[in-house]
Design a protein around this ligand. Sequence first.
Ligand SMILES: [Zn+2]
Length: 493
Amino acid sequence: MATVAPPLATPEQIAKYEPVIGLEVHVQLGTRTKIFCSCPNEFGAAPNTNVCPVCLGMPGALPVLNKEAVELAMQASLALHCEVRNTSIFARKNYFYPDLPKGYQISQYDRPVAEHGWVEIELADGTKKRIGVTRLHMEDDAGKNTHDGYRDSDSYSYVDLNRCGSPLAEIVSEPDMRSSEEAFQYLTELKLAMQFTGVSNCDMEKGNLRCDANVSVRLKGAEKFGTKAEIKNLNSFRFLRQAIDYEIARQVGVLESGGKVVQETRLYNPDIDETLSMRSKEEAHDYRYFPEPDLVPLQISDEWLARVKAGMTELPAERRKRFVEEYGLREYDAQVLTATRELAEYYEEAARVSGDPKLAANWVTGDLAGMLKAEGKEIEDSRVSAARLGELAGLIAKGELTGKLAKEILPKMWESGDAPRAIMEREGLKAMSDTGEIEKIIEQVIAGNPKQVEQYKGGKTSVIQFFVGQVMKATRGQANPATVTEVLKQKLG
Ligand SMILES: [Zn+2]
């Protein structure tokens, strides 16, 4: 029986409710080989070439746990402030689907590798909020079904099992988020933590970071959670936000029309910006979990955990804090410069070479960022290396270049790949250090503009900018504007 869905709620109706959101995130661990066999863990190979009896689920083929996958899962757990269990158990999660030849997924059930962590997010008003991480468990990935792109796609689907057995960490949050924005911030911080530690590249286009959201609503002030819907496959940050907002409006609409929210799994369709029912609770899977008989319990000793911890790189939040304390950067700049691990490393190298971390920060977030944006490039593709940018900032810091000259030189570095000093020598660009010469030019400018001198002396001190501009023009930007201003003030009395 077809029923007409109630209308989406109005903003006034939504305002009466509080959304409750939890996320389940799958992160593909960046190992060389799969989790239970030695097939390569790589994306983009010809279909069904990275497979063996183990990941194809052949009878009698036995899984062997990949130590690198365990260590990455330990790092992921530590990055999310989780407690890592000394003993965890692999379990079979049974279900039937063509992309899962074993007929079950090897996952972890009642004893996951880690629990009780948190991720700190910053809210719009600047306050911090901790989102609880319930658990992190390891599991193997399924293959992929392809329903289109082939000549006979109208009658056949194809199965590629290359991804079968790729190592995943599933990270389940507490239902601590109260808006799509908080969910967005949580996923952003989680992704950064995975990238900074090198656990995963989190490339969403390749499916290395996948997210499902549990969403419910309750009247503000209510204690009890509402009935939740699970939204599957939110494969971009934009879709995550849109899908949650849609789902909140849908659920409030149902409640406000006197209906009941049904517990179900829904799929977000970005083409129409709606979530659609996939299966109801009655049809929900019973996975019949049981301990995996082919794998011994995973034992993680305190020594092993300590060793992995000692080898970890700094987390984004730690790095941000250090940028403020060690380099004297503003919070905002520290935030921008830790947007990716590559950017943070580029900046630190430039800062070290320049000897002036604040100045280096200005050039990375300013002119260089502009040039990257203009060409649609990421920092790792920059045609000016971190060391070269550091040299440029260093020359300004030492007074050998003015900011204006450096702005001329940087595009030339971008084009030629040359060192800034080589360009300075080739083009005869350098800051004027001869104050006698600067004074002479200033005197000429003053003599040539009696009207402005009159205005200045009459109290209109802002005219000084006009004089500075004239001097900079006359020196082709080679004079230091601060020196010019100072000398001008003296001469004008
Ligand atoms: Zn294999």
